[in-house]
Every structure is written in C-alpha cells, then in structure tokens.
Design a protein around this ligand. Structure first.
Ligand SMILES: *Cc1c(COP(=O)(O)O)cnc(C)c1O
Length: 368
C-alpha cells in the first residue's frame, strides 16, 4: 500500500462519524480493482458473484458479531433511521396502535412520524426533566392491545442510553419491543430475547451513510399494511435477501470491512470493555471539573455520545477553535441542545479520548 502512515485528527462527529483508519486504507487499496475483478465495488452488478460474496460475508460477520439468533432476519435497507420511523409502523402496526417511550429527540421524532400510519401513544416521557434521565419501565403506561413498543436505546443528541433493555413480558406486555439502536449498535451486546425489531443507520457506528440495518424477528414479517411500498415491506426485502431493488452496494461493502475490523478487535464484548473505559475517563474528568458540566443522571449516561457544557458559555467559541488546532474535530453540540458533544464510537481509540481530556484540562487551566 502506498498510503503513508498518517496522524489523522481525532474526529468526534456524531454522524456520519469516524471510520477505522484500517478500513479506509483497505477500501483505498481496493478502490480500482477489487480482488483482481478489474472492477471497483461501486461498479459491480449487485447480482454478480463478486458482490454476492461481499454481501454474504457481511451478513454472516454481522450475525456473528451481534450474536443474532437464527429466527431473526438481517436486512440491509435504505432511507436511514428516519425512514424506519415510517417503515416500522407500516409493517408492524396491523391496524392497531403503538406505544412510544420518549427519552430525547430521536424517540420524539419516531413518535411523531408513526402518527401518520397508526394511533401512536406516549407511554412515558422525560421531556419535563430535559431528557436527562430514563423512565423506570414499571411506570410505563402500555396499552393492552398495543402492536409494538418503541424505544431509542441510545439518544444520540441528549446522551442517554438504556444500560439494559426493558423486559416487556415482566410488564405484562406481549407486544414486540422495537429499538432504534442507530448510535450504539455493536458497541455492546444486544439481549435479543427482549427485542422484536432493531434498526439503525450505519453512519454512526458501522460504516458510511446509505445503508440502514434492520434485524427483525421472523414472525413479524408478512403483516405490512396494503399502502406499504414494496421496497419497504420487510417480507419482500427478506425474501429477496435485501436485493428486491438495488441495495447500497458501496455502503454494504464498507460496513462489511468494518465488521471484519470489529471481529479482529475481539468483537462486541471487547468493544464494550473499551467503550466503558473511554466513557469513564471522559465523564470522570467532567464531573471533577468546576469548568465543564454534563447534566445527565450518571446511571443513564451514554457511553457513545457525551454532551457537555462550559459553565461559562462565552468561552465556547474559543474552546472549539483551540480543539480544532489540536486536531480534535467536530466537538460542537447539536443545535437543539447547544454546548459541546463528544461522540466516542467504536472507531474512537482510547488515545483520542485521552487527547480530548488533556485538552479539556489545559483549556480549563488557561482560563482560570
Ligand atoms: C442519526 C440517528 C437517526 C437518523 O438517521 P438518518 O440516517 O439520518 O435517518 C435516527 N435515530 C438515531 C438514534 C440516530 O442517532
């Protein structure tokens, strides 16, 4: 490979987010001629043997990584997390209503979009406390006839994360749990015994934008409303192994390289240990500081997305400028929340968080 070893900046973007450098290098090396085929992956027929082999490897690697049981199907779709907010009720509501637990911007969006397709209800909400906690499942108001229960298992903007998925059965609810795991997929294991369907855009933790992962229990297929577009009917997508229409071939290929990288790192359990260490380092520093603050209740804090504020917000612009100079990129918080946000997904090494913490300390010292 001719690409020199680089010292790339650390990229804290919430998404599209950093991709492991090894994956980018491999993709660069294979760009013009994939495995002697004479073609770039972007130029291949999705029905040719070359791409089929890429697809099958990616699917098998993902099934292994996430320990997806055999009675779940893996779909690679398009439209992102936001399209799934419509596609899920189109496929799962069966003319009944659905319950939503609103814990931040993303679950709020899911609730709002679902209203177009089915009676959607709020079973619990943390809006009153600014989405700095998670509601105890025992307090959720679930309808007896609900078609499904939706949660966002990691709220990318507000920085709250379910540390355990709710067990709906113990709440007297037989409906499937739907999780939007866009921003923490593959950062920790998933307890599939509690899940009916999980969806996530790839651009946070799995690869480039353009492919949306859906993992769905087989018995939930085949119930789409008549108005559901064929390309978004889970049964149709599953029957055609995600090739009813042209899939996002390039995005699937890069995601597949990322799955291989993740396996080499030791898989989801090893990533979880690293992610715990990274998050602890950052939260511990913020908590002991008089200069920075994170408002999320500690037991609800996200390991992936760490929003924080400078207590003196007039210093925010200087903070960001200094961070950029040191190669600490995209730390500006989401416009709806303000402040800063450090997204420390799987591709962020511990050294990147250490560099960020050093800068936080340096900036604080310089100000006082
Ligand atoms: C980014 C994100 C989305 C939206 O994904 P798009 O691909 O932009 O549609 C949905 N849910 C969560 C939790 C996200 O982080």
């Amino acid at each position: 490979m001719t690409v020199p070893a680089s010292t790339r900046p650390y990229n804290f973007s919430a998404g599209p987010a950093a991709i492991p450098e090894e994956v980018l290098r491999l993709a660069a090396a294979e760009m013009l001629d994939w495995h002697g085929s004479g073609m770039s992956v972007m130029e291949m027929s999705h029905r040719g043997k070359e791409f089929i082999s890429i697809y099958e490897q990616a699917e098998a690697d993902l099934r292994e990584l996430l320990a997806v049981p055999a009675h779940f199907r893996i779909l690679f779709m398009q439209g992102g997390g936001l399209a799934e907010n419509a596609i899920v009720p189109l496929n799962l509501s069966r003319g009944a209503g659905a319950d939503f637990v609103v814990t931040g911007s993303w679950s709020q969006k899911s609730f709002k979009e679902a209203q177009k397709y089915c009676p959607a209800r709020i079973a619990a909400s943390t809006q009153a406390d600014g989405h700095t906690t998670l509601p105890d499942p025992a307090s959720w108001r679930l309808e007896r006839q609900t078609a499904y229960v939706h949660i966002c298992s990691n709220e990318t903007i507000h920085g709250v994360e379910f540390q355990a998925l709710p067990d709906l059965k113990t709440l007297g609810c037989d409906a499937p749990l739907v999780i939007d795991f866009s921003s923490h997929v593959a950062s920790r294991p998933v307890d599939w015994s509690r899940v009916g369907l999980a969806f996530g855009g790839a651009q946070k933790n799995l690869g480039p934008a353009g492919v949306t992962l859906v993992v769905v229990r087989e018995d939930l297929l085949g119930h789409a409303l008549p108005a559901c577009p064929s390309a978004f009917d889970y049964q149709t997508v599953a029957d055609n192994r995600s090739m009813y229409n042209t899939p996002p071939t390039w995005a699937i290929y890069i995601a597949g390289l990322t799955f291989q990288w993740l396996k080499k790192q030791g898989g989801t359990l090893a990533m979880e240990q690293r992610n715990i260490a990274k998050a602890r380092l950052l939260y511990d520093f913020i908590d002991q500081s008089q200069f920075y603050v994170n408002k999320v209740v500690p037991s609800c804090r996200s390991r992936m997305n760490v929003p924080f504020f400078l207590r003196d917000e007039s210093r925010s612009e200087a903070f960001l400028a200094g961070a950029n100079e040191r190669g600490l990129l995209q730390l500006k918080g989401h416009k709806s929340v303000g402040g800063m946000r450090a997204s420390i997904y799987n591709a962020m090494p511990l050294a990147g968080v250490q560099a960020l913490v050093s800068y936080l300390a340096e900036f604080e010292k310089f100000q006082s």
